[in-house]
Design a binder for this molecule. Structure first.
Ligand SMILES: [Zn+2]
Length: 217
């Protein structure tokens, strides 16, 4: 098995598969090559499985970043910048990080920050036209729900929506803002959604049919 050995000031051995599918072993300075090889032999099955999963995903969408429903080219620049950063000029993403394996984490933080800005601004506009006063606004990685509105009217939005087209984000925002007045999914609630967004059903259907594809990584 081909791998890259990186010796570091650390106590244990670790295997990491990079975004590009490269097998990297981190080892303490004094670790023997034999201990590295035997760890790899022991974890061979896991390495193979993980690597092929990463490569399959990459082959489909290699070097692409989805943001607000559009796909952009992405390049990862390793070790170039002192601080991890993302440059996005509207047509291409450049992710600067210490090593390629960090790119996901950097992008994750970027998505979260951008989505929070977008939804905060949009909630400001929508809530004044709907005549409601939301509480705190947050963006979180959620597994099963797209958004929620608490009894204190705090609104939480799923981070995956950073990948969705703006009209879909708007539907979730209108939906959650309508929960300020109706804490349920009664017919009054849906009437409120419909009067704010007459084509909400189409947007809701889009989410039902395509929601699974909004994968952060
Ligand atoms: Zn709801």
């Amino acid at each position: 098995m081909e791998y890259k050995l990186i010796r570091k000031k650390r106590k244990t051995l670790a295997i990491k598969i990079s975004l590009e599918g490269e097998v990297i072993v981190y080892a303490p300075h004094r670790a023997s090559l034999r201990s590295v090889e035997s760890l790899l032999a022991e974890k061979e099955e896991w390495v193979r499985r993980t690597r092929s999963r990463i490569l399959e995903g990459l082959n489909q969408e290699r070097d692409k970043v989805t943001f607000l429903g559009r796909k952009y080219n992405m390049s990862v620049i390793e070790g170039g910048a002192k601080k991890a950063a993302i440059e996005f000029d509207g047509s291409e993403f450049r992710i600067y990080c210490r090593e390629a394996g960090d790119a996901k984490g950097v992008l994750y933080g970027w998505y979260k920050e951008k989505l929070l800005k977008i939804v905060t601004a949009r909630i400001g506009e929508l809530s004044s036209s709907l005549g409601v006063k939301p509480g705190k606004i947050g963006v979180r990685a959620q597994k099963t729900i797209w958004g929620s509105c608490s009894y204190e009217n705090n609104i939480s939005i799923n981070m995956k929506l950073a990948l969705a087209p703006p009209e879909i984000i708007d539907y979730i925002l209108v939906h959650e803002l309508c929960h300020i007045k109706h804490k349920n999914h009664s017919s009054d609630f849906w009437l409120a959604v419909e009067s704010a967004m007459p084509d909400y059903k189409e947007r809701r259907r889009w989410l039902k049919e395509n929601g699974y594809s909004l994968l952060l990584f």
